[in-house]
Design a protein around this ligand. Structure first.
Ligand code: KG4
Ligand code: ZN
Length: 344
């Protein structure tokens, strides 16, 4: 989708969870700057994201991060054609900081405001490094709060094939990491320690969701890991952290791969992409690359920095909304449980 040959520069803002982020993106695919101020160290003390702390930290950082994004891009605010901001889903207090900041800057400068869906942002991260990628394609979105299998029918147009019935994939990684003593943030730590472990050591279940080919369920798997740890304790046996991590990770990767390949085959679409924090998992990327290769399907994935929360992806999604003519008023509010497709 083109914008009559004009260059569109977007200042994008993302504060839905624990990263205060701003970026400048040109025509949806060229990242001129991508500034991410992570709060991980603060939340690590508590073993997970504390919403109150996240909001306060966003307030402290947001102006500096937006300014830094413009400086690193070598641009002024007046060079921008739009301000795009994540308005849901996410933590309400955290979202409100970004939405309020974007509205204030938009109001003061007269530059149009565009509210962006966070998951649409994750999916759009794929456009940045894959200049040839265009819809339609199948996309697996796996983050800390979401697990969705979708068909991206067109820019901003989605058909949801399946979703998680309980825990999101990232949530399962975080909970299991805590249970085996790896701490927060769980996903990257399980990814790392699994390289030392045997993925076949423990037979954890691959959950089936009775009436759906595409839905996921990860809470049973998490319980199976907890049961395994309990039974080791009762028997007075120690457990091998790397084997538990690797076996758990393999169970998640198997289910995600099986559902994804089923979707690709049923839809007859030869393009498959992944998105969200869990999409940076090295085992998942390796197995999906192989599965796509065997089926003659082109596999697209953002680099790890663009999988986890960032504002460049919001600038990418915001561009396609801009081209469609989407503009939001100053009544734009944070919507913590915003559904995919509800924003269109
Ligand atoms: O997309 P994201 O940054 O934030 C949300 O929108 O939720 O995803 C964060 C999630 C966390 O649950 C984190 O543990 C997981 O992504 N994650 C990973 C990896 N890196 C981040 N999970 C598995 N392997 C990784 N390498
Ligand atoms: Zn996210």
């Amino acid at each position: 989708m083109e914008n009559n040959g004009e260059t569109v520069k977007i200042l994008a803002v993302e504060t839905s969870c624990d990263e205060t982020a701003a970026a400048v993106v040109e025509n949806g695919r060229e990242v001129l700057s991508n500034v991410i101020s992570s709060q991980i160290d603060l939340h690590t003390l508590y073993g997970g994201v504390v919403p109150e702390i996240a909001s306060r930290k966003h307030i402290e950082k947001i102006n500096q991060v937006m300014g830094e994004a413009l400086t690193q891009a070598g641009k002024k605010l007046t060079d921008m054609d739009a301000i795009a901001v994540t308005y849901g889903p996410g933590l309400v207090g955290a979202l409100l900081v970004g939405v309020s900041a974007a509205k204030a800057v938009s109001f003061a400068s007269g530059i149009p405001l565009i509210g962006v869906h966070h998951i649409e942002g994750h999916i759009s991260a794929n456009y940045i490094e894959n200049k040839d990628l265009e819809p339609p394609f199948v996309c697996l979105v796996v983050s800390g709060g979401h697990s969705h299998l979708v068909v991206v029918k067109d820019y901003g147009s989605y058909e949801i094939l399946g979703r998680t019935r309980d825990d999101a994939a990232g949530e399962a990684f975080d909970k299991v990491a805590r249970a085996i003593g790896l701490g927060y943030p769980g996903g990257p730590k399980i990814d790392k320690v699994s390289k030392e472990g045997n993925p076949e050591a423990i037979a954890f279940p691959r959950a089936k969701v009775g009436d759906s080919d595409y839905d996921f369920s990860f809470s049973g798997l998490k319980s199976a890991v907890l049961n395994y740890l309990n039974s080791c304790e009762m028997k007075g046996k120690s457990f091998c952290q790397a084997d538990v991590a690797a076996s758990f990770q393999k169970a998640v990767v198997d289910v995600l791969t099986e559902h994804s390949m089923h979707a690709v085959e049923s839809c007859g679409i030869k393009k498959f992409a992944i998105a969200g924090g869990v999409a940076s998992n090295s085992a998942l990327r390796e197995v999906l690359a192989k599965a796509c290769g065997e089926r003659g399907v082109t596999f697209y994935h953002p680099s790890p920095l663009l999988c986890t929360d960032n504002a460049a992806m919001i600038g990418a999604a915001g561009y396609y909304e801009y081209v469609k003519g989407v503009r939001h008023g100053y009544d734009l509010n944070a919507v913590p449980n915003l559904k995919l497709g509800q924003n269109i």
